[in-house]
Every structure is written in C-alpha cells, then in structure tokens.
Ligand binder design. Structure first.
Ligand SMILES: Cc1cc2ncn([C@H]3O[C@H](COP(=O)(O)O)[C@@H](O)[C@H]3O)c2cc1C
Ligand SMILES: O=C(O)c1cccnc1
Length: 356
C-alpha cells in the first residue's frame, strides 16, 4: 500500500468515548422522562463523542455523489443502459434529480464527482460543476478479470479522501452524506457484501433498478462467476475492492475514511454506499464510530451490510434509489439530535420538578 494511504488509515482514531459519556449524563438530565427521545439521544451522544463537545454543530451539510461506470454491464445485469450514468450526472448538475430536491429540503449542498464515468464530462468539468477524479473510463468486466488494479483502487480511495478533506477544510462541512451514481453498481455492491459477510450471492443480490426474474438469475450467476474467477480475499479490503468493486464505491469508501480522519460524522446512504462502508471498515475498523446508518433500502442484502457494520438504520422509507437520497433524509434527524443536545433545557435550567 502507498505511504500516503497507509498514513491516513493509521491516523483514524476511535471517537472520544469520554465525551460520549459526558453527553449521556447531560442528556439524562434534560427536562423529559429519561430516555424518552430515544434514538436522538444515541445520535447526540455519537456526535458529542466525534466532535468532542456537548455543543456539536452539523448545520453545514454536504452530500458527495460519486459517479462511475462498470464493465460488468456487458453481462446484462441492469435494467437500464450505461448512458444513463452521464445523463443522470447532467441531471444532478441541472438540479433536477431526486438528490437535488431532497438535499434542498434538508439544506444540504450537493457535490458531484467523476470517479470513473465511461465518457468525458468535459463541459461540466470546465464549468466546475463536476469534480474531475476519473481513474478510468469505467471498470473492467469483473466476470473476466479484476475490475481494476490495486493501484487504481488506492488512487480512487485517495481521491475520495481528498474530496472530503477539501469540503471539510475549505468549505467548512460539518456533516457529510455519501451518494452514488453508476448503472450496474448494485452488482459489485452485492459481490462485496457476499465476500465480506460470507453470505451466498443469492442471499444478498436484489433487483437493483428492476431486473425481472430471469435478469436476477443472470445477475447472480455473473456475481458468482466474478467471485470464482477473481478469488477476492475477505481479509484484504483492498483486494476485494480492486477485484469486484467500482470506482465510485472506492470513492465513497475514501469519503468515509477521510471524514473519520477529520473527526466529521458521515451519513451512509443505501446499498452502494454501504458497500463502500464495508470496504472502509475493512481498512480500519475505527471508521465505524463516525458512520451514521441512514436508512434501510428495499434492496435485499442491505440489512446484512448494516448487521456486519453493527449499525441500526434510522429510517425505513422503502427507498431503493441511491444517489444519497436516504442519507439526505436522515441528515435532518441528525441535525435534530444536535439541536436537542444544544438547546433542550435540563430539569434545573427549565425549573421542572424531577422527583415524585
Ligand atoms: C434513471 C436512474 C436514476 C438513478 N439514480 C440512482 N440510480 C441507482 O441505480 C443504479 C444501480 O442499479 P443497477 O445495478 O440495477 O443498475 C445506480 O446508478 C444507482 O445510483 C439510478 C438508476 C436509474 C435508472
Ligand atoms: O439501495 C440503494 O442504494 C439502491 C438500490 C437499487 C438501485 N440503486 C440503489
């Protein structure tokens, strides 16, 4: 592994459990029946432990949408054609996609990154509306060969780390959400979860954009073949990422690692983002302290990912879209948790009696 990546991975510390404990005690004194704000209290504790304060701020929110294409689409694994990837990137730039609309609702900015789209996005890149981190014009077909080289996987991780570091250091981002766009990307995501959890491919593979029964069977066979041919080592996350991953998945893993390195919470979106989270955890398990599980996707296999990470998703909106849409929705809940610890008065300050 290159020295730069190794150094960043080593720099990811667990969150500060002393601040978490202080927050727990403080929250227990809010003028409410103890514990009655449920999961918001757990989130507030997590934010306090990450940011090392009882007054965490998550107002400056950013959704980072990573885009990339997949050689495995040749195998007919998606219900949609590859050109939808750049078409949707254009839609993100126009502000007309679901992620734009939902981000606006929660007051989050959307940042779009070309990690490996199969065509040039010159116009958008010149205008600064898409960030240029293209590693290659899509991955290789993983049923025939590794999706990418180990060097490309490292480069893509570093790209994600660089993007999120800039957002934090230059734009003041206080809460990050991950998002994805890449036709075919539920296929590598299923491969990753199968390899990393030991579940069979059939158990963790769903319909993605909506393949029919025959399409699902074909998708399962393609993933089984990719795993058989490449033999990814579940103990080596970089091996898994390079053999059966994707550039946007690597970028997402990098965003999560970079956020953790800078002690910034990161809301993990759906099936593809959580595949990135599994890779990030494989590279340094401390990173899980900084993750917030946004929602439970309809895609079968997502729940197995959360289980593997030991996280409980906040929402169940029956989403199966990606782009960062579930994470955007959960950002409001995270902000609510921050507001609770910042603003709700204690029994003493509110002048409310505690004892019966
Ligand atoms: C119009 C459109 C918008 C999307 N936005 C996200 N996805 C989602 O669906 C794709 C993954 O599903 P599969 O593996 O079946 O191709 C990814 O692009 C993901 O971001 C979309 C898909 C489509 C068609
Ligand atoms: O859960 C997701 O993120 C998802 C599911 C299907 C297709 N694209 C994304």
């Amino acid at each position: 592994m290159c020295a730069k990546l190794a150094e960043i991975l080593q720099g990811i510390q667990p969150s500060n459990k002393e601040w978490g404990q202080k927050a727990k005690e403080y929250l227990n004194n809010l003028a409410t029946p103890p514990g009655s704000l449920g999961e918001l209290l757990a989130l507030a504790e997590q934010l306090a432990a990450i940011k090392e304060t009882l007054k965490p701020s998550v107002k400056n929110k950013m959704v980072i949408v990573m885009a990339g294409d997949h050689g495995v689409v040749e195998e007919g694994v998606s219900a949609f054609p590859q050109e939808v990837t750049p078409q949707m990137v254009a839609n993100f730039v126009k502000g007309g996609a679901s992620i734009n609309v939902l981000s606006e609702v929660v007051g989050a900015k959307v940042v779009v990154v070309d990690m490996g789209v199969a065509v040039d996005l010159t116009d958008f890149i010149e205008k600064g509306s898409v960030l240029p981190y293209k590693i290659d014009y899509g991955t290789k077909n993983m049923t025939q060969e590794p999706a990418m080289t180990r060097e490309q996987a490292e480069k893509a991780l570093l790209a994600g780390i660089e993007v999120v570091s800039k957002m934090i250091q230059e734009k003041g981002a206080e809460l990050i959400a991950t998002g994805d766009m890449g036709i075919g990307n539920t296929t590598p995501s299923s491969a990753i979860v199968s390899v990393m959890t030991g579940k069979t491919v059939a158990e963790v593979t769903g319909r993605g954009t909506g393949v029919d029964d025959k399409g699902l069977e074909n998708k399962i066979r393609a993933i089984e073949k990719a795993v058989k041919i490449n033999k990814p080592d579940p103990k080596d996350a970089l091996d898994v990422l390079s053999k059966v991953g994707g550039y946007e998945i690597a970028g997402i893993a990098g965003v999560i690692l970079g956020a953790a390195y800078h002690k910034v919470p990161v809301v993990v979106d759906g099936f593809i983002s959580t595949a990135g989270a599994l890779i990030a955890k494989g590279l340094n398990p401390n990173v899980v302290d900084y993750m917030i599980a946004s929602h439970k996707s309809v895609e079968v296999g997502h729940q197995h990912m959360w289980q593997e990470l030991g996280l409980n998703p906040i929402l169940d909106l029956k989403f199966r879209l990606g782009e960062g849409t579930g994470a955007a929705m959960a950002m409001n809940v995270v902000e609510a948790a921050a507001q609770v610890i910042n603003k709700v008065l204690t029994f003493e300050d509110a002048g409310v009696s505690k004892d019966a």
